[in-house]
Ligand binder design. Structure first.
Ligand SMILES: [Zn+2]
Length: 301
């Protein structure tokens, strides 16, 4: 289709595609890594979250982020005093480019095992070409990455005595994953552990079709049920420490202002977690109602 367009138009067309997929400055602005729990550190950028789980048998990285992010993540890991090649397992929140485009490079450099939730496996292995939104300016492709272990809902990932649980919270992507673990936070009484929740993602935009219309099928069969189940799962998860795939989910930058005085306890925030899940559910239900009304209108003669 592109080759029939006059050159100037083609340029405008392709520039607008680029503008959509453009990365936000907060995604690439580095911040100093910091500790969240005894064995959990933040190694992402200002908004793209990446977590390092430290164990006695090597470390686990959650989220490789953008294709350009591995150098930033590596610098943060090494600043904390850990070796890049000590990363034995790579996990992710979801198969969109802002959380996983850097995976191929991380795997090449660390030889870590790549573990991905069932619904996202083919997306990761094709570099987004099988994403249900593909082709879309909002779904840039990325270097494909081989998946070593396929995860299923509530599978656990264990290394060196540390266990994470993978909760399938699909809808945003078909294998969107919320990670949980229990850990002790520095400054808390010995023997006290906290429930940590790293939300995978609950958002959507106008390209997500929840209701079939004459002009468009649903984004994928079961997408509505997936979102509804995701909210039920998130509501039921016990949460003390609220984290997520984007710093913005849990107001990270605001909380960090209190970090020098209060330390990692600034992230203990079960109330904001509940609010986040409730708001996300309301936003989804409203969109679903609007799409249902739109479909009903379209059916009328
Ligand atoms: Zn996403």
């Amino acid at each position: 289709m592109c080759s029939f367009l006059p050159r100037v138009l083609l340029l405008v067309f392709c520039t607008s595609l680029l503008a959509h997929a453009e990365t936000k400055p907060s995604w690439t602005t580095p911040i100093a890594p910091f500790q969240i729990a005894d064995n959990l550190y933040y190694v992402g950028s200002q908004d793209l979250a990446s977590y390092l789980v430290v164990t006695q048998k090597g470390n686990i990285l959650i989220n490789a982020n953008l294709a350009t992010s591995p150098a930033q993540i590596r610098a943060s890991v090494e600043k904390l005093g850990y070796r890049w090649t000590a990363i034995k397992i790579l996990l992710n929140s979801q198969a969109h480019f802002d959380h996983i485009a850097g995976a191929a490079q991380v795997l090449r450099e660390t030889h870590a095992e790549n573990m991905v939730m069932d619904g996202d496996v083919s997306v990761v292995e094709t570099g987004a070409r099988t994403d249900f939104l593909w082709p879309s300016p909002n779904i840039p492709g990325y270097p494909p990455a081989h998946v070593d272990r396929v995860l299923h809902d509530r599978d656990t990932v264990s290394l060196g005595g540390v266990t994470l649980t993978a909760h399938k919270t699909a809808g945003h992507t078909r294998g969107c994953t919320t990670w949980t673990m229990r850990a002790h936070l520095p400054g808390e009484p010995a023997g006290t552990t906290r429930n940590i929740v790293i939300v995978g993602g609950t958002g959507f935009w106008s390209e997500y079709h929840f209701v079939a219309t004459p002009r468009h099928p649903v984004s994928y069969p079961g997408i509505v049920q997936d979102f509804q189940r995701t909210f039920a799962v998130l509501h039921a998860l016990p949460c003390d420490v609220f984290l997520g795939a984007h710093g913005g989910y849990f107001d990270m930058l605001t909380k960090l202002e209190q970090y020098p005085q209060r330390g990692p306890r600034v992230f203990i925030d079960p109330v904001s977690y509940k609010d986040f899940v409730e708001d996300a559910q309301k936003t989804f239900e409203q969109a679903l109602t609007e799409q249902q009304a739109g479909a009903a209108r379209a059916k009328r003669p």
